[in-house]
Design a protein. Structure first.
Length: 332
């Protein structure tokens, strides 16, 4: 409601300034037309042409002003009509099968620490059945040792993150399996399950707290710019930490009332099991002969997107590697 009041106030303020602009333009137009008419009567054609040119310049500037103000009104009207889904609605994805999500991260000779933070932020999304693909666009055959070393480190990054996330995910996946076993054997009790969930959420919060603390150590990831370090610490991992502590507190209230309902319990176990369950991989389009090698980020993304949803096999001949769809012949 507070935001709605602000949006309405902004609409009215913009309308007032729009009216003032119309009045100002009317007076200015009247004045400029009067000068133009006097110049015609005095038979000064070049001065009149200059006045017309000046009028069109002012008209273009005024047009931009009107476009901005009408756009501003439309923007705040859309915000008034916007109603974000509740958390309960958003988390219905944990009660059913949902389509897979692929997060693509293009990279061309980027700093390793910056790419690492990007992959972390892409991986930690509140959505199950997801994977993160690092699209490495560096030349696959570097000409210098420095480029070769950087490329090798970039290729190894997703594997190191995969190992890290697998270790973090294991206790929560195991907890979900044990819950399902108790559910099938009718040994699941809402009060005890809620108690277990509280502890699991506190464990996750502790994991995020450790992440937050790691950003305070300048010796860790020295190449990371300070503004990125502060953002990831205060606006990413800290927010995740607070979110899971709040979820634990919410479950504690339910525990005091006898425990959460079975549907909520199952949803929470599914969410916990999927939080760190993400697949990391890399893709290098320049390695393949039948993909675009144009040097721009759009083709880096489009080359991978074109392969999605189809069955492909990697093949190699005397010329090099290429992707082949078993049902479609490839001609070079």
């Amino acid at each position: 409601m507070k935001n709605n009041r602000y949006y309405r106030n902004q609409i009215w303020i913009t309308k007032v300034f729009l009216l003032l602009t119309i009045v100002a333009c009317s007076f200015a137009g009247f004045e400029m037309f009067g000068i133009f008419w006097e110049q015609l009567l005095d038979r000064r054609p070049f001065a009149a042409i200059g006045q017309v040119a000046f009028f069109f310049i002012i008209a273009l500037l005024t047009y931009g002003n009107f476009v901005y103000q009408f756009t501003r009104i439309g923007y705040f009207k859309r915000l008034l009509k916007h109603s974000p889904l509740s958390r309960a609605e958003l988390e219905k994805i944990y009660k059913q099968d949902c389509p897979p999500l692929a997060v693509l991260v293009p990279s061309y000779k980027e700093e390793l620490d910056v790419v690492r933070e990007t992959l972390l932020s892409a991986a930690l999304q509140d959505y199950p059945n997801r994977r993160v693909v690092l699209l490495i666009d560096d030349p696959p055959r570097p000409k210098s040792y420095a480029d070769f070393e950087a490329l090798q480190n970039m290729r190894a990054l997703p594997n190191s993150l995969q190992k890290e996330f697998n270790e973090a995910a294991y206790p929560f996946i195991q907890a979900q399996k044990e819950y399902l076993e108790r559910k099938l054997s009718h040994k699941s009790k809402p009060l005890k399950e809620t108690e277990r969930l509280i502890q699991l959420y506190k464990d996750i919060a502790f994991w995020f707290q450790n992440r937050v603390n790691s950003y305070n150590d300048p010796a860790i990831r020295k190449e990371l710019p300070e503004h990125i370090r502060a953002f990831m610490r205060d606006f990413f991992f800290k927010e995740w930490d607070i979110l899971h502590l709040e979820r634990a507190s919410e479950l504690e209230l339910l525990w005091a009332k006898g425990g959460a309902d079975p549907e909520r319990i199952e949803k929470e176990y599914n969410r916990l099991a999927s939080l760190f369950s993400v697949n990391f991989s890399t893709f290098e389009r320049k390695k393949y002969l039948n993909l675009s090698h144009l040097p721009n980020k759009a083709m880096n993304l489009n080359s991978y997107i074109a392969l999605l949803g189809k069955r492909w096999k990697e093949r190699e001949d005397s010329h090099g590697f290429f992707w082949k769809n078993p049902t479609i012949p490839i001609f070079f």
